[in-house]
Design a protein around this ligand. Structure first.
Ligand code: K1U
Ligand code: ZN
Length: 173
């Protein structure tokens, strides 16, 4: 397994739209293992392939207390969203040190393939629902700061660019 470098906002590559996975083969299995290792090492609860500069529809998550219940979604497809929405505090491994409120649907239903390529149906609420919506946004090239006001977003951009210049946040080339 390997740790993968995570792209930091405002890198343009975070706005790439991911393509569907065409085969759940050894290359995808290795990508999943590496993404899980990277997510656990970074203390995240989720990671989308977009964030490690792979533009295919793969997401890994683990919202368990014990960090021992990995969930893998390949080619996730949203089937249902609840009409009710709530403001949730979000963070992002690609936007280090920034947390802010985003309105998300309370509950969702999603279909996807698991890491073995088997079809799965997931009903989610709470943190899992928020996390799946956040990660599926990544696959569409959308970062959570795009839900914030232009003023806040510009402040975040300036702060992270300064942190990258000063070497406090990794800058990938
Ligand atoms: O996509 C990512 O960068 C991972 C992100 C997932 C996420 C967490 C919380 C709300 C929405 C999306 C993170 O893991 S952020 C860091 C984190 O561990 C965390 C933050 C807030 C609540 C719980 C965990
Ligand atoms: Zn994120």
């Amino acid at each position: 397994m390997a740790l993968l470098p995570i792209i930091c906002y405002p890198d343009e590559r975070l706005h790439t739209v991911a393509k569907p996975v065409t085969a759940v083969d050894a290359r995808i299995q290795t990508l999943i293992a590496d993404m899980l290792e990277t997510m656990y090492e970074s203390n995240g609860v989720g990671l989308a392939a977009t964030q490690v500069d792979v533009h295919e529809r793969v997401v890994v998550m683990d919202i368990s207390e014990g960090r021992d219940a990995p969930l893998v979604l390949i080619n996730p497809n949203m089937l249902w969203i609840s009409p009710e929405k709530h403001l949730n505090e979000e963070g992002c491994l690609s936007v280090p040190g920034i947390y802010d409120g985003v309105q998300r649907h309370d509950a969702i239903k999603v279909e996807a393939l698991d890491r073995e390529g088997n079809a799965r149906f997931i009903e989610a609420d709470g943190l899992l629902s928020v996390c799946i919506q956040h990660e599926m946004d990544h696959l569409l090239g959308k970062v959570f700061v795009e839900y914030l006001s232009p003023l806040k977003r510009n402040r975040i951009k300036t702060k992270l660019l300064k942190a990258q210049r000063e070497g406090r946040v990794a800058k990938l080339v």
